[in-house]
Unconditional design. Sequence first.
Lengths: 131, 826
Amino acid sequence: MKRAYWAGGLLIVGFLALGLSTFTKSMTPYVSFTEAKASRRTVQVMGALEKGSSRYDAEKKTLFFTLVDPKTKDVIPVSYTDVKPANFEDAVSIVAIGRYENDRFTAEKLLVKCPSKYQGEEIEKQYGKKA
Amino acid sequence: MGLDSPLGFAPGTVTMWAVLVFGVLCALTYWKAMREGIAAEDFLRMGKKGGAGAGAGRTSEASLGATAGGPGLLPFEEIPSSSSLLLARRLYYAFTFSVILASVLLMSRLLTHDFRLSYVASYSGRDLPFYYLFSTFWAGQEGSFLLWLFWGSIIGLFVLRSAKEQEPPVMIVYVASFIGIVAILVKQSPFRFLGQLPPDGQGLNPLLQDPWMVIHPPVMFSGFASLSVPFAFAVAALWMKRWDGWVVRAMPWALFTFVTLGTAILMGGYWAYKTLGWGGYWAWDPVENTSLVPWLATVALVHGMFLQKAREKHRKINIILAILAFCCILYGTFLTRSGVLADFSVHSFIDLGITGWLVGIIVVFLFGGLALLALRWKEIPVVSDLDPATGKEKEEPFLSRSVLFILSVTLFCASGLVILLGTSAPILTRIGGKASQVSTGFYNVTHAPIAALIGLLLALVPFLSWRGETAAAVSKKASAAAVAGLVGGAVAFAAGVRGPRDLAIITFAVFGMAANAQTAVLFVRRRAIGSMGGYLAHVGVSIMLVGILTSGVYETKTQVSLPKGQPTPVGRHTMTFTRVVFVNEKGDVKPFDELDMSSLDDRRAKQAMEVDVTSPSGKVWKAYPKMYMNQRTQQMMANPDVQSTPLMDLYVSPQSYDPGQQARVEGTLLTLKKGDSKAVGGIKVKFLDFSADRSAINDAKRPHVTVTANFLVTTPETAEEKTAKFIMYFGATEDGPATEAPDTPLPGKGRMRIKRVSPNEGTCEIELLGVAPGGDLKPATAETLSIDVTTKPLISLVWGGFYVMMAGGILALLRRARDSRQAAVA
């Protein structure tokens, strides 16, 4: 019986080792725009959409826009070659995952955070809250 | 309106408190009953067996229990002092009744649009059809906790009846496992009021306005709630030192979780695929992962329980799994509802202020459970299989079902741990500094070998007995199925599947499919359909493995622009964008003019793009991918449309729509500041100054202001000062346009006119006509729809395999429920 447990233990250890090694490789750290521009690897940046900066190039199937860091006011140009996410223009903040190359942040994935229109907080701000 | 009531909606708030009080009292009374039960049994065992009020109709269970020894084995109906037990049951009924009442009250508030309640105003609205109004119950956090509790209280009624000899300790732990949720609902009540009464609610999130979202959450939460049952049995087993009996009783419940949670997860995936337009059914999003991990733990638990039942050993693993599965669901709730992952998921989560409570609940159950386990560790009997010759435990042959089951349990644990690791990455990395996320590649890379191994293991199950086989016997029995696997691999290769990983997964999966199907057929022949659940489930898993691989790895994606009315080849199909239409929930397609605004159905109709998709055989399928504005939130939504065939799904996802423009004459536009000059086609224009004539601002007929601007126009031949006028009319404008700008001829060629004047910025926009070298005629642009077309080969196997797997799960559930009803256990 002990042998089966050993084999099972080895399996778990093996997969955890595989997991951990893949983990560090597939990690995409959150970085500032300055760091993103200096880095060669896949990272993620977060910022607000600069008003009027978004443009969809139908030929290249690419969305171009500029993100602004709400604190430092740094900007970074971003391109995204995929379906334009729903609610893109209304986003309060956008997370772009990708890498910086040729003076532009090429995003592989976008996460669009929209105003919390469906969350209790909002309506309670508007109409007050009973303790 | 009673908005000043500090209780909020008083009947609801009072009922929530009643739930808390009845829950606590129920647990305490069960504890009292248990003490009395143990005392009574000691009393009975001291030589008064068969006497003391247990005269009539003693069951075989009772005598078995009494002879087997150990505390708390008598059916409590037969213990003299069982009035506490009856009271405890009544308190549980009161607890359940209060939970149902609270749910009914919240539902009544939603259905009657009582916008005094913050919850109703936040998640509901007036213009919703009944079924969506109904589903607003679980659109928010408080409501979904209440739904969880609702199922918990109902399931408890069945646990109470089926736990038999283990009722008091199991019910104590079971009720306790819900007390945390009750406390959260008392603190963050769905019945609290707003300060003022809003005229209408915020409405239901349009993404949740989908038939799948009406049924997905209730199924999901019934699965969540049922995870408390194996947990309660496992902790009660530790408490009462009942090492094997709990498995018989808890097994149908583990299978219930397997079915409900599994169904809910797949439903969620199907919704993401059909409605959300994620491009697939699975995105390894934290919300998906946190329900998948407890399900994997349950799958491991089910296998562990079979192993323990068959071999009467491996007891610790099941207790650990039952505790962990329950804690996983709590941890998942914490991850998705505390706001810790807010920056990492497409779902937006907010912190309700219950993070501390959730952490507290996890700590209590995880560490409480593990501490009890540690305390009892040495007492759990390990060896039951001694070799009479040597007096030592028999070594199991490696080629035995026991070893296979241990390995499968390990695999499920490994998979769950790896997913947990990936999902928790933002928390783990935050400790080291910068919060980071793993890409979906992490999950795919780690799960490819797990999938291949699962395929191989379940292929071997039918050929191995618990006690083991020789390699020769196994290879003889398995040869036919193995050949089927190799054929499957060869077919896949011929169809274009490449790479050892993919070929191995398909070969093992087909091997497993054949082996288990072969066995299932044998059961059907022997008229033992009730006992083939496991094999049937394995057939389903094998089918799913193939579908998951082919639809995920071998999908093709094309981005294409379709000018209106122009057939465009896309892969093997021809697609034509024909018109913009509106589609309502019944599927009626109408152009905008034909919508009937007096019907709710038509008011809720969504704008869609009609695309004719012609297959190579000439069949036409009309696709209606939706692109519509949600009026309340002014958000643009895009939903895909899918054509499903057994071999392939065609997934049409709208990307952008350009209404197009007609051909028009448009000159060159220049914006000039005072003193600026710009040149076009050899003519330089300098904006000198402007003056405004306000004398006609009170003109009785058409009040207006005339702006006169002066320019210096320089051509190669001459330099002349030119004047242009711009007249702005006020008030009613039915007499003509609001502005008027006569053309001013330029020296040599062309004309100029003023487009706009901004006195505050001191700028002026002018249009130069007949000057640009290319001419002023702008060609028409076509009305164009851009879409993403994805083919998903064999994705139907994912759904088909799933049905087979669940059919197997339900057969096993029925069989084990019957076993538990009939069994007398210690």
